[in-house]
Write a protein that binds this ligand. Structure first.
Ligand code: NAD
Length: 433
């Protein structure tokens, strides 16, 4: 009997290592069909999941219904499983270099638990070559087994989009790959158990790794182009969104918009590709330029506002700005790598007094990550308001709502990073990317 059949008969178990935005939905989806061990190093997160709480605040308690899953923070429990899926973070360090610490550490944990006939599938986003060159040697060393002969390895990148209830793990085509034909077939069949949209069988692990990294690199470069256009059009006094609306009437014009590129994926993954390209003695120009432009946009937005505050006759040291939204994107609680933090830091460096509100973000996490917290009682005398994130709640605000936030202030300014208030603002001084 092959691994797929053993999983189906519940003679074998599947484990998911790293139960975050990516790992928990996969673990629960599989647990509706087969027996699952959910492992995370953070015991407090595991405790929450045992109580049907998603620590990432994406899933409702009902998502835990009818699931055959055992949550654990003990790596010894991985020995009870035979098909391991690794979904741990792949961040970058301060120098924008890949930080493989979690993937390496997860490989050690799984390697110690490996038995003959087991499977290991990596889902974490990495550069082409990482699975074979960095991870498999650890699995082999820890287990004393040989990849391909004793155990199989694959790579299946994750494409979920937090906050998006339409594109979920089951409804997005899943790219799968394996270290040989047999493993590819078993990995594909296993994912087909949960992915109704079907799987795409990539010809090699490196192809699957590269496919994921270029999906996000392509988005990053295209958004960077929009950001650059927005800088140019700002100097020309033209609204970028008006230009994009007009150009978008052509059938083959690609729809991308300017904005702050933060979070754990788009602003991070291109650096993985850049790092690996250098090993092959190629210094990516376009990818690095895109990263440079996108990484500068928070500072750019702050500088534009400071100019406008000065032009409006305000004393920068006494000026007060309200920032609405600090998560890395709309309708999620994730603050990792939020570029709104750059806007805040830059404004503060000029001496501007900044208050921050966000209905989704966690005040304690903000304090820990960025050293500022949320304002509990925003006032009504801000010199400027920046709508930095297009949370659902903010989409419904009217010009009167913003006027109330800037009552009794001369020449109030509204900055609309995402252009969501375009055509709605008649009286306030308005600026968007
Ligand atoms: N979040 C997304 O939208 C998204 C989308 C596609 C791909 N990805 C990729 O998926 C991977 C996971 O991202 P995420 O957003 O789910 O991360 P996350 O931070 O939400 O979750 C990671 C989890 O792994 C745990 N963990 C860390 N090291 C561990 C270890 N050694 N052993 C066991 N558990 C460990 C953490 O405690 C955490 O619970 C990354 O490579 C990311 O690039 C993320």
């Amino acid at each position: 009997m092959n691994i797929y059949e053993r999983l189906l008969n519940k003679e074998a178990r599947l484990s998911v290592i790293g139960l975050g935005y990516v790992g928990l939905p996969i673990a629960l989806e599989f647990a509706r069909k087969i027996s699952v061990v959910g492992f995370d190093i953070k015991a407090d997160r595991v405790e929450k999941m045992r109580n049907r709480i998603d620590p990432s605040e994406e899933l409702e308690p009902e998502a835990f219904d009818n699931c055959d899953i055992y949550f654990t923070a003990n790596p010894e429990d991985l020995k009870k499983a035979n098909f391991h899926i690794i979904g741990v973070p792949t961040p970058i360090d301060k120098r924008n270099l890949p930080d493989l610490t979690p993937v390496i550490s997860a490989s050690h944990s799984v390697g110690k638990a490996l038995k003959k006939g087991d499977y290991v599938v990596y889902e974490s986003t990495v550069y082409p070559g990482c699975t074979e060159e960095d991870c498999i040697p650890i699995l082999e060393k820890e287990s004393g087994l040989k990849c391909g002969e004793d155990f199989k390895v694959g790579f299946s990148p994750e494409r979920i989009n937090p906050g998006d209830k339409e594109h979920t793990i089951t409804s997005i085509t899943k790219v799968v790959s394996g270290c040989d034909e047999i493993s590819l077939d078993n990995i594909a069949k296993t994912y087909e158990l949960i992915v109704t949209a079907g799987v795409h069988r990539a010809p090699s692990i490196k192809v699957a790794e590269a496919a994921k990294i270029i999906e996000n690199t392509q988005r990053d470069v295209n958004i960077a182009l929009m950001n650059e256009l927005s800088i140019i059009f700002n100097r020309m006094g033209i609204n970028t969104y008006d230009v994009l609306e007009a150009a978008g009437t052509k059938w083959n014009f690609l729809r991308f918009y300017p904005g702050l590129v933060g979070g754990h994926c788009i602003g991070v993954d291109p650096y993985y590709l850049v790092y690996k390209a250098k090993e092959y003695r190629y210094h990516p120009q376009i990818i690095n330029s895109g990263r440079f432009v996108n990484d500068s946009m928070g500072f750019y937005a702050a500088k534009q506002l400071v100019k406008k505050l000065i032009a409006a006759g305000k004393n920068i040291q006494n000026s007060r700005v309200l920032i609405m939204g600090v998560t890395f994107k709309e309708n999620v609680s994730d603050i990792r790598n939020s570029k709104v933090a750059d806007v805040i830091g830059e404004l503060k460096s000029y001496g501007v007094n900044v208050d921050v509100v966000d209905p989704m973000a966690n005040a304690k996490e903000l304090e820990h990550e960025y050293g500022f917290t949320l304002c509990e009682k925003p006032s009504d005398d801000y010199d400027a308001v920046i709508v930095a994130v297009n949370h659902k709640k903010y989409m419904q605000l009217t010009e009167d709502d913003f006027k109330n936030m800037m009552k009794n202030v001369q020449n109030p300014i509204l900055v609309d990073i995402k252009g969501i208030l375009r055509n709605k603002i008649k009286d306030l001084q308005y600026w968007s990317f």
